[in-house]
Design a protein around this ligand. Sequence first.
Ligand SMILES: [Zn+2]
Length: 401
Amino acid sequence: MTKRILNAVLPGRDRLADIVLEDGKIAAITDAVVDRSGTLDHETIDAAGRVVLPGLVNAHAHIDKTLFGGPWVSAIQAESVAERIAHERRVRGEYGLPSQQYISNLVEAMIAAGTTHIRTHTDVDPGVGLHGILAVAEVAERYAHAVEIQQVAFPQGGLITNPGTLELLRDAVEAGAEVVGGLDPAGFDNAPNAHLEAIFDLAASTGTKIDIHLHDGGSLGAWEMGLIADMTKGFGLEGQVAISHAFGIVHPPTQSGLLERFAEVGVSLVNAAVYDSPVPPLQACAAAGVLVAGGTDGINDLWGPFGDGDMLRRAMLLAYRNEGRADAELERALDTVTVNAARVLGIEGYGLQPGHAADLCIVDARSAAEAVAKVPDRWMVLKSGRVVAAAGKLAGEFPMR
Ligand SMILES: [Zn+2]
C-alpha cells in the first residue's frame, strides 16, 4: 500500500519534502509540490512543516526491572552500585519483578514517544535464571509490529563471583539474546581478565555482540577500556563491541589515546547522561570516529525513580551535558539516539533514505535542533509505514490495552 507524507522538514535538507512509503519502506523522497489541489486522501499525511526524524533508538535500557505504571516504590539512597545490586536481589521478588505488565506499560510509553528500536540489558543470574529474558521476549513478540527489542544477557549480579551465571548467559543466548553483557570486570567482579575472556569467548563462539557496563572511572576504567579494545581485536570482534556508561572515558591523560584505539577496532560508547556521572565528549568522539549512542538506562525501578522513556529528552540531556548550543551540536546529540544508536545495534536499512524502513517519528518542531532543545510532543509515529502512535497516544491495536 502506498502512503504519502507531505511537507516534511528533513534534517540536512533545505526545502520541504514529500515522502512516499510503499510496503513498509521509504520508496521516494522528493521536493514538496507547491500546488496540490485535490491530492489529499486518507493515505496522505500532511506534516505541515513539522520535522520528520527516523524512528528513535534506545541503545541502553533495563525494561525487565521496571515498575512503570505499577505501585510507587522508593529506590534506596545507596552509596555504591554494589549496594543497589544487593538491594535489588533482596526485594525484587516482593514486587513481582520482572513483570510483563510493567514491561508492557513502559514499552507502550516508549512507542508513543517515537522509539522504534530498543536494546535492553536483562538480568541473568542463578536467582532469576532466564525469567527476565523470557518475560521480555514475550512482550517483544506482542509489540513486534511497533518496536524491535534486542536483549543483552546481562550478568548484573557478577560473573566470576557468581557461579552458574556464565552457563545461564549461554542459555540466554540460545533463548534469543543477541548480545552478551558484562559488568565492571575489575570494580565489581574483581577479575578483569577472566571476566572479559569469558564474555568475549561466549560472543565469539555464538556470533553475538558485546555490550559491557563500565561504571569504573578514572585510571581503573581507562585501563579496562584499553583491555576491552585489545580483546576486541584479539577475538576478531571489531565493530561488535560497545561499552556502556564508560565513566572512565573523560579521564584526561588517556582520553585521546583511547578514542583512537576505539576507532581502530570499532568499539562504540553508550551513555545515558545519568545524574552527574560523566558523559562522553560528543565532539571529540565524532572527530576521532567513535560512535556514541544514547540510552535511558533504568526507568522507574529499584535503582531510581526517574525516566519516561523519551529518547529526545535523552538527546537533550547529552547535548546539555556537552554544553551544546549551536544547531550542529544539537544535531550531533540527536545522532546518538538515531543513526549512531542504529549502527551500534546493527539495524539494517535504518534512516531517511529510499529503500530503508519507513520507521518515522514526526515531531512538533520546525527543525531537528528544535526537536532536541524543546523535546516537543510526538505528532505521529510510524513503524514499517504503519501509524502506531499519534498525539502521544498509541494508535491501532495494542495487546495490553
Ligand atoms: Zn545499565
